[in-house]
Design a protein around this ligand. Structure first.
Ligand SMILES: [Zn+2]
Ligand SMILES: [Zn+2]
Length: 131
């Protein structure tokens, strides 16, 4: 499950909408700038403030577990830091139950398997051996 989002075009800095779940014909991770025509992988924004803490991070492969102390925990979820894929304690084809998680900058960051594979090298990510 993905939500539409907005990123800055790397070439002209205009705002560009990332494709939503409804746009099946659009390649998943390609955004097109309507201002300058540039096409780019909208996930690869290392300089985005929300992701710079992830450079060199150490991840664990984990199942997402909703916090039980919260009475509305059933709706509790996380998003992939790169593509906003949803992690939830729910069996559904468009929901991820497992993901890579890292502690950085005082909080947990979730990354889906696809993005982990695509960006492991660029972000110099490591994986903690399971205990
Ligand atoms: Zn542009
Ligand atoms: Zn992802």
């Amino acid at each position: 499950m993905r939500n539409k989002g907005w990123v800055h075009c790397p070439d002209c800095d205009a705002w560009v909408a990332t494709p939503g779940e409804d746009q099946i014909a659009t390649p998943l991770f390609v955004a097109t700038c309507h201002h300058c025509g540039s096409e780019f992988d909208w996930r690869s924004f290392k300089w985005d403030w929300s992701r710079r803490f992830l450079v060199g991070a150490c991840f664990r492969w984990e199942e997402y577990v909703a916090p039980r102390e919260d009475p509305t925990y059933i709706w509790s979820h996380e998003h992939c830091a790169m593509c906003r894929q949803t992690f939830m304690e729910l069996d559904h084809p468009s929901i991820q139950r497992f993901g890579y998680v890292a502690n950085a900058n005082g909080q947990e960051w979730w990354v889906c398997r696809t993005c982990f594979d695509d960006f492991q090298e660029e972000f110099n990510w490591r994986v903690e051996p399971p205990d």
